[in-house]
Design a protein around this ligand. Structure first.
Ligand code: PGA
Length: 260
């Protein structure tokens, strides 16, 4: 796992956007894994900026989102369909047919999840997956106890997640209890993982993800099993890392390292 600590949210977002841009420059028809929530907003803003400056072209790109609330129609302002459209898709030249987001309103969740997994495979797999982390250590909606080999499926949200996400809704009771989410196993198959975290309320989950044991109780710890996982943090989110000095040393020495 590569751990990069940057002084601000904006710099962290820029660095992560550079990784995505690098993948797109090498492979203009790349498959991107998208995330929602407050954390990736800065990355989307950076990517949109690059697109408007003529530096990034999305017309051959395909995207798969991590998750969606069950029961919210696409038009609901709290749905992840709505979020993605408002914060990213409507600002770039992506083909609408190349956008995949789990359905929160399908009549048959089991069949939908199997189809979603198949579409990812048919599109060649995800080249780079953007991730946030929950205060309970989840990635996507893989709550504590989720199998580390889980696939796309329906999940019941944990209380801390409902509490965290209540800030986006009028009342806590309005937060959906169920979601459809890619599994940890699905996420681990992406070729590169880019996880971002900012703020003090993520510091404990981040420390457990990076330095704790691999455990289904902190599903983000599965990133330790991935050959190309990059973690971008601001100072607050990095606040509980014991090996902080080493991560900084590695990044400082990286330019001089032998090319592999
Ligand atoms: P946040 O959510 O970006 O809104 O903090 C992250 C997550 O729950 O994965």
């Amino acid at each position: 796992m590569e751990v990069v600590v940057l002084p601000s949210y904006q710099e962290m977002s820029k660095a992560a956007a550079q990784v995505i841009a690098g993948v797109l420059n090498e492979k203009p028809n790349a498959v991107l894994g998208m995330a929602t929530g407050s954390t990736p907003l800065g990355v989307y803003q950076e990517l949109v900026k690059m697109h408007k400056a003529g530096e990034l072209d999305f017309h051959q790109v395909t995207t798969f989102n991590l998750d969606e609330y069950v029961g919210l129609p696409k038009s609901n302002s709290q749905s992840y369909h709505y979020f993605m459209h408002e914060n990213f898709f409507k600002h770039v030249n992506i083909a609408p047919d190349n956008i995949y987001i789990p359905s929160g309103t399908t009549k048959n969740y089991r069949a939908f999840c199997a189809w979603y997994e198949k579409r990812i495979e048919e599109c060649g797999g995800i080249d780079v997956q953007i991730l946030g982390i929950g205060s309970d250590g989840h990635i996507a909606f893989n709550e504590p106890g989720s199998s580390l080999s889980s696939r796309t499926r329906l999940k019941t949200l944990a209380e801390p997640t409902i509490q965290d996400n209540a800030r986006f809704f009028d009342r806590k009771e309005d937060v959906p209890i169920y979601a459809i989410t890619m599994g940890v196993g699905t996420i681990l198959e992406a070729r590169t993982l880019v996880l971002l975290a900012n703020g003090k309320n993520k510091a404990n989950a981040v420390a457990q993800m990076v330095e704790g044991p691999v455990t289904s109780m902190i599903t983000a710890s599965a990133l330790q099993l991935h050959p190309s996982a990059k973690v971008f943090l601001d100072e607050d989110a990095a606040g509980q890392l014991k090996m902080r000095e080493y991560y900084d040393w590695v990044m400082k020495k990286k330019p001089g390292a032998p090319q592999t």
